[in-house]
Design a protein around this ligand. Structure first.
Ligand code: CDP
Ligand code: CDP
Length: 217
């Protein structure tokens, strides 16, 4: 089965590394965080009360979501800029604690698995969505290093950035993701742990490709 899961906390490099691993293998990518961010976007767009778990979950079932031309489209609108905002990430993390929402997204995520091969990026890819994956990676990095990566991403885009505020946001979101009752952020029992605190992107990609080589021989 051509399937690799990459889970880990925010800014550990999952998205970047998933794209590169998929490119090297000629596989597809599932950015599951985008689905939670899209849900957060739709909840705001439709003025849904945050505490209404069933209404939050129901919003997702009607959304037309497309990943095309390198952009994310929801009901015909390109929403990338909104999805990337930290306020959307925070809201996503809040509603991601709802079992009904996680259930509503379950099949949508499973549907990404085809014969073409898949790198699945998220928090519960190896533990809940694809427990059968032959290779599960848990990617971590020191929290200050992760905050620094986000800080640099903002500066590179010419935006204002406050390192301490980014650090506080990351810590709060990690804590929320690790401590929720349903599908918390944690390594699968059979996950391979990679600490990228002192590793370059290509080094991480190469070590995952080596792990895959080992599995496929
Ligand atoms: O998807 P996730 O939130 O885990 O992280 P990301 O957005 O892919 O990566 C955050 C930033 O860290 C990006 O700017 C990467 O270029 C950088 N980075 C990395 O991904 N891996 C390293 N080993 C070093 C830096
Ligand atoms: O890019 P970053 O790592 O900061 O976040 P993301 O992967 O876009 O995910 C945003 C939020 O969605 C996370 O903080 C999680 O609460 C939630 N999420 C989740 O619960 N399960 C997943 N498989 C992916 C994301």
């Amino acid at each position: 089965m051509k399937l690799i899961t990459i889970d880990g906390p925010s800014a550990s490099g999952k998205g970047t590394v998933s794209q590169l691993v998929a490119k090297a293998l000629g596989w597809e990518v599932l950015d599951s965080g985008a689905l939670y961010r899209i849900s957060a976007y739709a909840v705001q767009r439709d003025g849904i009360a945050l505490e209404d778990e069933q209404a939050v979950a129901a919003v997702v079932s009607h959304l037309a979501i497309q990943f095309k031309d390198g952009k994310v489209w929801v009901d015909g609108a390109a929403v990338d800029d909104i999805l990337r905002q930290e306020s959307t990430g925070k809201l996503a993390s809040k509603i991601a604690a709802y079992p009904a929402l996680r259930q509503a997204l379950f099949e949508r995520q499973r549907a990404f698995l085809t014969d073409a091969g898949l790198v699945a990026d998220g928090r519960d890819m190896g533990t809940v969505i694809f427990p059968e994956a032959p290779l599960k990676i848990f990617l971590i990095a020191d929290v200050r290093e992760r905050a620094n990566r986000r800080y640099k991403q903002l500066l590179d885009k010419g935006l204002d950035a406050d390192f301490e505020a980014i650090l506080a946001d990351l810590q709060r979101r990690d804590e929320q993701d690790m401590n929720r009752a349903v599908a918390p952020l944690k390594p699968a029992d059979d996950a391979v742990l990679i600490d990228s605190s002192h590793m370059g992107i290509q080094e991480v990609v190469d070590s995952i490709l080596r792990e895959w080589e080992k599995k496929s021989h």
